[in-house]
Design a protein around this ligand. Structure first.
Ligand code: ATP
Length: 249
């Protein structure tokens, strides 16, 4: 089972790369300050840092949801700074999946229609067989007709994950995807994200405040005051927590 779409027959090693990216909000707040970082295909990266350190801004710039004030962002081989709307939206819909803290499901639609919605918005023909497979993979086979409101928080986040996977994105961005879940349910979602990387070759970039969640990643990036403040490979929750203590001291 192969998740990644590769039209050119070549797969760049880095799915997302930021070069000297700065972002100034409202002409005053320098949320990112010259960040250069790459996200390698088939890896799971967690982004951590104190509140206000620029984590969400980094995620939004990397995903093409926000534009840097300066610097370049390459997403799925394209320099997205050069793209105007609606081309940028099209690239995002085609190559990026999102999982948010608040799930962001459409309550008026069934689970099945939620999962297919991004492809319908993108105007691509939904791959129904694959959608069924990803729903089964997240443990929701048989719940296709349910409305999100009838499901638990953990189940809703699994629908959101199936929705993110259904379009076979190059990269999945998670903004605190376990932030609204209890410990056990959050762990289940993290295990699924981990499996997406291991079994499907997905690339995952996840912002989190939780050292135990970050420990599921291959690498943890630390931000402080809009700058990279180091990284940990093969992290443990203890080492992540210790590094966070140093950053907030
Ligand atoms: N739209 C905006 N307008 C003005 N300032 C903003 C905007 N978005 C973020 N900021 C500011 O930029 C800085 C970085 O914010 P960002 O949300 O990226 O940090 P964060 O590390 O994700 O924070 P948190 O952990 O609290 O979510 C903060 O000082 C924040 O107040």
């Amino acid at each position: 089972m192969v998740l990644l779409r590769d039209e050119q027959g070549t797969a760049p090693r880095d799915v997302v790369a930021l070069a000297e990216v700065s972002k100034v909000h409202g002409g005053r707040v320098r949320a990112l300050d010259g960040v250069s970082v790459a996200f390698t295909r088939g890896t799971f990266t967690a982004v951590m840092g104190p509140s206000g350190s620029g984590k969400s801004t980094l995620l939004h710039c990397a995903a093409g949801l926000d534009r840097p004030t300066s610097g370049r962002v390459l997403l799925a081989g394209q320099d997205i700074g050069a793209l105007r709307e609606p081309r940028l939206t099209a690239v995002r819909r085609r190559h990026v999946g999102f999982v948010f803290q608040a799930f962001n499901l459409v309550d008026a639609l069934s689970v099945w229609d939620n999962v297919l919605l991004p492809q319908q918005l993108a105007g691509t023909r939904p791959d129904r067989a694959w959608a069924g497979e990803v729903l089964a993979r997240v443990g929701l086979a048989g719940r296709e007709k349910a409305r999100p409101g009838e499901l638990s928080g953990g189940q809703q986040q699994r629908v959101a994950l199936a929705r993110a996977l259904a379009a076979r994105p190059e990269v999945i961005f998670g903004d605190e995807p376990t932030g609204a879940l209890d410990l056990a349910t959050g762990r289940e979602v993290l295990r699924l994200l981990r499996q997406c990387v291991a079994d499907l070759g997905a690339t995952v970039v996840m912002v989190t405040h939780d050292p135990a969640a970050a420990a599921w990643a291959d690498r943890v990036l630390f931000l402080a005051d809009g700058r990279l403040a180091g990284e940990l490979h093969e992290p443990t929750a203890q080492r992540v927590a210790a590094r966070m203590m140093e950053l907030t001291r």
